[in-house]
Design a protein around this ligand. Structure first.
Ligand code: ADP
Length: 140
């Protein structure tokens, strides 16, 4: 498997509790390298655009409110099989189902406030990276 890039968000519940460093350590321990990073505060409209795929889900409004409630850290992670590896390190969406040692098992507060986002496929990774970063900001 060649080097791959994936998009990650450290969500408001985690930035508020000052967990950014602990979460980045989990990525790095798994062999993922942070090749771009920015801390930003999304508006609700920007959060809604990012999560547009979930617009019909009952939790969409709550999700957009949450994502705009405090700063996030948007990052691009690079490594062998980075998309799958990041999903493994993140753990299941619901922390109650997340494997021990995963980010969500250790840090998530609920199924909604679950500390991290990670792309689920190469196509979504490309779109999500381009939504937050220009080519000049991907520094390897
Ligand atoms: P993942 O983030 O693991 O890829 P999904 O794509 O299914 O999960 O959902 C996107 C995000 O929407 C989740 O990370 C979580 O923040 C929120 N979410 C998912 N399911 C629920 C739910 N039942 N109630 C509230 N929020 C939810």
């Amino acid at each position: 498997m060649a080097l791959q890039r994936t998009f990650s968000i450290i969500k408001p519940d985690a930035t508020k509790r000052n967990l950014t460093g602990k979460i980045v350590a989990k990525f790095e321990e798994a062999g993922l390298r942070v090749v771009a990073s920015k801390r930003i505060h999304l508006s609700k409209a920007q959060a809604g655009e990012f999560y547009a795929v979930h617009a019909e889900r009952p939790f969409y409004d709550e999700l957009c409110e949450f994502m705009a409630s405090a700063p996030i850290v948007a990052q691009v992670l690079e490594g062998e099989d980075a998309i799958a590896k990041n999903r493994e390190v993140m753990g299941a969406t619901n922390p109650a189902d997340a494997a021990p040692g995963t980010i969500r098992a250790e840090f998530a507060e609920s199924v909604g406030e679950n500390s991290v986002h990670g792309s689920d496929a190469p196509e979504t990774a490309a779109v999500e990276i381009a939504y937050f970063f220009s080519g000049l900001e991907l520094v390897g």
